[in-house]
Design a protein around this ligand. Structure first.
Ligand code: CIR
Length: 259
């Protein structure tokens, strides 16, 4: 069970967040006021599922700072501050520290150092094993350093190539039991061969990044096939509208650190 989550409110600079229009038409910009409302809905969903949510103030210096998942990877006994690959996001590794220090002591906090890069969206935990996506944002050196850190805390890790876009968890997401939502490409990934894999149709790509949290699954609004699949797998669901951050490549897991 997750007791805690950390989120950061969206900032007005959100409209300048990095976007490859991975899930929308090019040029669509988030509407700040709607993003604030949708973010509050997300926080409420986590709270209803039993989390104590620390809500950090918006940070106008970092347009993408609402994506709390990326500058840190947290687990029982250890927090890894990552080294975000994009210049406009790299400073988030400093701004996340005060919040992390509220939960972890100095000897539990580690850092990915250059030339290693990493972002939390590439890191997927299954039991005590991490799958680390090698992407434009997370490199082999970052993954190597991460492995060295987490093995000291009883975890293992392996790397997985990310060939379709931004982060690993946009293309493969673990729910519970052995259930993994995947793209057709990730379905063929040898690292995932022992999972019960469910290929999400291309038009519902965005819904792969649904969020298993304390027994239920938070699913983005507007993806009926994926919603039905998750229900059929026996999970209680909560549907939230995440349309604004979707315009800057953001999904549900991106919005929080959970531990
Ligand atoms: C970025 O490109 O960094 C942001 N616009 C989106 C980050 C999404 N984060 C995530 O998937 N963990």
């Amino acid at each position: 069970m997750f007791k805690n989550a950390i989120v950061r409110k969206p900032c007005k600079a959100l409209i300048n967040g990095i976007s490859t229009a991975q899930f929308v038409q090019p040029g669509e910009k988030p509407v700040y006021e709607n993003a604030v409302l949708q973010h509050a809905e997300y926080v409420k969903a986590l709270e209803e599922l039993g989390a104590k949510v620390l809500v950090l103030d918006a940070d106008e210096n970092f347009p993408d700072s609402v994506f709390m998942e990326d500058p840190a990877v947290v687990m029982e006994g250890c927090a890894v501050i990552t080294n975000p690959a994009k210049d406009s996001r790299n400073g988030e590794k400093e701004t996340v520290l005060p919040a992390i220090r509220q939960f972890y002591s100095d000897d539990q906090i580690f850092h990915i150092e250059a030339p290693g890069t990493m972002e939390g969206g590439d890191v997927m935990l299954v039991g005590k094993h991490f799958y680390v996506g090698l992407s434009d944002r997370t490199n082999a050196e970052g993954a190597r350093q991460f492995n060295e850190i987490v093995t000291k805390f009883g975890y293992t890790s392996e790397t997985v190539p990310v060939t379709e876009g931004l982060h690993l968890k946009d293309f493969a997401v673990y729910l519970d039991k052995k259930d993994l939502l995947v793209t057709e490409t990730m379905d063929k990934c040898p690292a995932f061969k022992d999972f019960d894999r469910y290929v999400i149709p291309a038009e519902e790509l965005y819904a792969i990044n649904s969020l298993f949290f304390n027994g239920a699954v938070i699913v983005p609004e507007g993806y009926p096939k994926t919603l039905q699949l998750i229900k059929d797998l026996g999970y209680p669901v909560k549907v939230v509208n995440n349309d604004e951050v979707k315009k800057i490549d953001g999904s549900l897991t991106c919005l929080s650190l959970r531990f």
